[in-house]
Ligand binder design. Sequence first.
Ligand code: SF4
Ligand code: SF4
Length: 360
Amino acid sequence: MSALSTYLSDPFLNELYLQIRKAGSLRSISLDLTHECNLRCVGCYYFEEGMDDIVDKNSNLDNAFHELIINEKKRGTNFVTVVGGEPSQRLDRLKIIYDNFKMNVATNGLEQIPFEGFENMPIGVSVWGDHQTDAKLRNNGKRDLFKIALDNYKNDNRAFFYYTVTTDKSHEIESVVKQCIENGNEVLFNYYSDLRGGNDKRQDFEKVRLEIDRMIDLFPGHILTTSYFNKVITTGKLHDQHWGYEVCTNVSTNYKNNEARLKNGNAFNPHFLSYNADFKTTRRCCTGINRSCDSCFDAWEHFSWIMINMKSHLTTKQSFTGWLTTMYMFYYINGLVGKNQKTNIVSQIHSLLQSYEIEL
Ligand code: SF4
Ligand code: SF4
């Protein structure tokens, strides 16, 4: 009996595994839907690296967009992570993605993505701290963006809050989480890195990690980050690997400067491309061109790191559980599994992970 079949004799693990298999494998890309945004957040990777400058404002972007959709469908892409710029500024393009692919979108929450035509779209609404912190980081304290986003997505079961936590604001976590939950939304954590010379280091997230684990204990049915995932991101460790460019799995496979990385023997996503908002060119990865990988704590990239490295998780049942629950959460967040049983299964996953410590 293989290790996998042994682990899958556990009925709960088997149930998670079957749901994922039924949903199918993902051939994903990331796409900047537009180079425009109605905010200028402190340390936004998009504007910090001048990715909006790649777009020739006089070119016919709509034609290029339509061509890209046709080509990606031909190439077999079935999942698109929509980023930006601010996607809510281009609902016409967003609708085309929604109608053609499995997908998710990240928005700053300032303008609501309407229901009509977008009924089941997984929407990650950004928040960067409690009202004052969030407003300060995202629009110089001018408007209470968190309140606007809460109002826009109240009891909207398409939306979860994508909460980027800064190392020095772990004391705000409980308040933010409670407000999201009271608003009828779930919470997925992200980990802030200030590209304007801030000095957040991975090891500085220890307090954040503990606080997130406490939130999982307090609100297990509403937190989409697992303790395993929290540990991987905050330590940057996965078995014999340490996070960085050499192990990062989501790098554009057609990007010349990535050639050596793709040949170094570490696993990667063979389908992945990260498109700029000109809809023609790709860049190194979705979060940057030249940015230092040491400052990359991005949750989506770490999801991919774990998910693609299934093999190294087959050594023990605990390790396999870490992999499987990460996969499940990713599929769940993106509306691909667990539709009719959500709160219950999320709680069950947290409670299972609590029952043992997983070695990284
Ligand atoms: S809302 Fe997003 S794209 Fe716009 S400035 Fe903020 S982080 Fe950047
Ligand atoms: S910045 Fe992050 S996503 Fe981009 S190559 Fe580096 S580690 Fe990977």
